[in-house]
Design a protein around this ligand. Sequence first.
Ligand code: GLU
Length: 285
Amino acid sequence: MISTTVAAVVTRFAPSPTGRLHAGHAYSAIRAHDFAREQGGRFLLRIEDIDPGRSRPEYVAGIVEDLRWLGLNWDGEMVRQSSRLDSYRGALGALGADGLLYPCFCTRADIAQAASAPHGPEGAVYPGTCRALDPAERTMRMEREPHAWRIAIDRAVARTGPLHWHDATAGEIAADPMRFGDVVLARKDAPASYHLAVTVDDAWQRVTDVVRGQDLFEATHIHRLLQALLGLPTPRYHHHPLLVDATGERLAKRRGSESLADLRARGVDPLALADALRRGEATGL
Ligand code: GLU
């Protein structure tokens, strides 16, 4: 008898604990949760708390409270990226040993001043200032100044050759990471950027299907490149539409969208809310 083993579906919800969750987060969590459950798969919770300036323990507690309120249970232990820093250092070391990284001493102001920089999916493309430093100056400054690590994107792309990834809605996509320029892979204040940490962890947690908002569609070009460079598998991607309010604007803290905690406080029934989100009838929140 011939038997084939198909990897069971694994999805994750990966919020950053930098504020209270709103209905847009709930929608994303439900989509990832239901996708796994419908196929007898696993649903994981990963707290993306590598930003020491913005992450707060009370928001981690809030995420747990909100997911439980919505009736969403995750499998296994919740993972915190702050406990995974050695893994990110390892991946960074491998990319550095391959000659694909360089230290960057620039401040945000330095980059903003180089106003001629073209814009990419994440704003101004880095003008390459620190890439051109002479080796002696670079070594001297590394001893004295805080620095980030950037990827030399053209060198990286030349290394991997053409890459593709699959999105459930958009279909087969040719990866185009060049438009991002030399993105940061390790920050001055953390040994990883979002792009590096998410790529390493999706592989480590054996995530088969990344279900997340359309706002992260573009970032997938970089994640696909990093997967190829690090020898990691590529999950399937499902970028879902973002929830909008009654005026058609995307829900966001800075626009004053009500948090799930606010909805709870005014007596909203969580199961009715989850149902409305599942039916796609939750605009106007
Ligand atoms: N931590 C990211 C966020 O809260 C999401 C990461 C992801 O789903 O890839 O926007």
